[in-house]
Design a protein around this ligand. Structure first.
Ligand code: TRP
Length: 334
């Protein structure tokens, strides 16, 4: 399905990625980008998008560096994939300004994230637009520019981003109607739900619950986090229900089918305590992550190397973005 297609993904640098992000988003994105059958792929750190929710440049820079190092440590092939920082390619801002003029304001009023912010204000009895900046309001236009600037065919995103890709299709259509067929109409590729990836308290793993297990914690911290996983109080001898266990749900993402079915039996047969099941889970996660963790540490200690890779990516991105922007300008301005 991705044969010879141009694939593009952006990752917003607003938090330290955790195991939920890893299996739900980062690994699938790398797999798709590295697929030799696909055409060109683009992956970028959406630092301009981070600006509408934080003004802390230290945090944005730190999370950008972390995400770059994580993707590289997990094996993103930067010969195939153009990997860059969004703000390093200035054409994006210029295209956004141009696209403002073909985007109906009413479309932005319907954006889920804007509407959610307004609803929250109304519920709190404040001005509906309190605390909402134009970066948030026009977020979908910047994202549309990301997608259209690189001629993307396929945009892999989580279900929460589907509306944004639909907006990109709409805006490309409005533009093409007025100025001629310049933009391709991109397709969203909504990742199959990986199922709920629970944090150590059993709720969905999320920064907002503080129950996340960071990807590249030291081995000891990883072990501690896994040992913290909440269980019921079944005795070691009793059979346990794997489908209700956070331990089992996490394990499935770090083991092959045979190992998973053996692990399932350890639950259903009884005879293995939760402490031992957690140890097995820790070994599996750690086996997967220890190699990349070493690479990650080395990269994080060498910011010049990360910057060099991202700068090279920005140059390659620029060779696509430049001509595309020139076509748009010439269509709009003569
Ligand atoms: N908005 C996306 C998110 O929050 C990140 C993003 C920015 C993106 N630009 C993009 C994703 C372009 C896909 C394509 O996850």
């Amino acid at each position: 399905m991705t044969k010879n297609k141009i694939i593009l993904t952006g990752i917003k640098p607003t938090g330290t990625p955790h195991l939920g992000n890893l299996v739900g988003a980062l690994l699938p994105a790398i797999k798709m980008a590295n697929d030799p059958a696909a055409g060109q792929s683009f992956m970028f750190i959406a630092d301009l998008h981070a600006l509408n929710s934080t003004s802390d440049r230290t945090e944005i820079a730190k999370h950008s560096r972390e995400i770059a190092a994580i993707m590289l440590a997990l094996g993103l092939n930067t010969d195939r994939t153009v990997f860059f920082r969004q703000s390093d390619v200035p054409e994006i801002s210029e295209l956004t300004t141009l696209l403002l003029n073909v985007t109906p304001k009413g479309l932005m009023n319907r954006a889920h994230s804007y509407k959610a912010a307004v609803d929250k204000n109304i519920a709190a009895g404040t001005d509906p637009d309190a605390g909402i900046n134009m970066g948030l309001y026009t977020y979908p236009i910047l994202m549309t520019a990301d997608i259209l600037l690189y001629n993307s065919d396929i945009v892999p995103v989580g279900a929460d981003q589907k509306q944004h890709v639909e907006f990109a299709r709409d805006i490309a259509g409005y533009f093409n109607n007025i100025y001629g067929p310049i933009f391709k109409i991109p397709e969203p590729f909504i990742k199959k739900e990986t199922g709920l990836i629970p944090g150590f308290d059993g709720r969905k793993m999320s920064k907002s619950y503080g129950n996340q297990i960071p990807i590249f914690d030291d081995e000891n911290d990883l072990r501690k986090n896994i040992m913290k996983i909440v269980t019921d109080s079944k005795l070691p001898t009793e059979p346990k229900n794997p489908d209700e266990s956070t331990i089992f749900q996490l394990y499935q993402h770090f083991a092959d089918a045979v190992e998973v079915s053996q692990f399932r039996q350890k639950f259903t047969n009884g005879g293995t305590g939760y402490g031992d099941l957690k140890k097995i889970l820790f070994e599996a996660v750690n086996n997967h992550l220890s190699g990349p963790r070493e690479k990650y540490k080395k990269l994080m200690a060498d910011p010049d190397k990360i910057n060099a890779i991202l700068s090279d990516g920005a140059l390659r991105a620029h060779t696509v973005a430049g001509p595309m922007l020139a076509r748009v300008k010439s269509a709009m301005l003569g």
